[in-house]
Design a protein around this ligand. Sequence first.
Ligand SMILES: [Zn+2]
Length: 355
Amino acid sequence: MITLPGLIDPHAHLREPGATHKEDWDSGTTAALAGGFTQVLAMPNTQPPVTDGDTLALALTAARYKARCDYAQYLGAGPHNMDELAPLADRSAGLKIYLDQTYGELRLNDMGLCLAHFARWPRHMPIVAHAEGRSLAAVILLSALYDRPLHLAHVSRREEILLIRAARQRGMKVTCEVTPHHLFLTQNDLSSGRGEVRPRLATAADRDALWGKLEVIDCFATDHAPHTLAEKDGPNPPPGFPGLETALPLFLTAVSEGRLTMDDLIRRMATNPRRIFNLPEQAETWIEVLPDESWEIRAENTLTRCAWTPFEGWQVRGRLRRVVLRGSEVFRQGQILAPMGTGKNIREGRVENRE
Ligand SMILES: [Zn+2]
């Protein structure tokens, strides 16, 4: 058995408020603990989206009663809310800017609006961008113009990882994350509806380029984005995969195959996200893993409400045995022991650490 730090997922969609038939703060943080995550940062494209004080309060109230692991909530950049967001920044995980198509309506089509958010959002709080291809180049330029850190969500293509590497070589303050599905799946792997995800699954050459540029990847983020099977197999399949419960076993399998070291895993699933998002250490918090246990991923054994996985039937090596959060056993051998409300808001009462 080996002990690792509690994992951090900087990118999860917990679907509450608004779509609790897919997931909510209870089932989503249950899935997080079952995947070894003790801190999750929740995305703002809910219904309604989290774009002001009222919707932030709505999300955080649900979280306070239901969450079983620690959490923070992102604010979404909209066309008119740049002035409203700045005073809320310290209570949020960070600002999320959507420059490309995704699930929900939080998309900024105008670079001028994006510029206004960069100008007003407090410098000491993170900005995360969903930007693909040319929008990625554009948002890196904005971060350089404002000389402030930028985190790039779910990088999926060769040209993107090369662009990020080049920006970093010029001293630009950009960091990035890659999802397990872009590292382990390609566009040929899933049938049409179930395979819908944004960014889309890419080619084997893109996937191999990500593995080949591992040193450029700061974080592994799940982009856990649950939809029900009825929705995925229906006439308008929404984009997104669940991922909280499959990320750790997939990366442990990569460790067992020698594609990754355990240090690589810890850096990308704990150390780096803690630094990039300025998250507090969790006292007396760790996870226990059986690195040699082989098992098969099956949706029927997962705890996410959406009840399916794109990795159905995959043979993996390495299993989560136990999670201890702030001194309490919260997960053991498939059983969740943390009651609802165990999770704390990471940004509440924190000591401010301004630049
Ligand atoms: Zn996402």
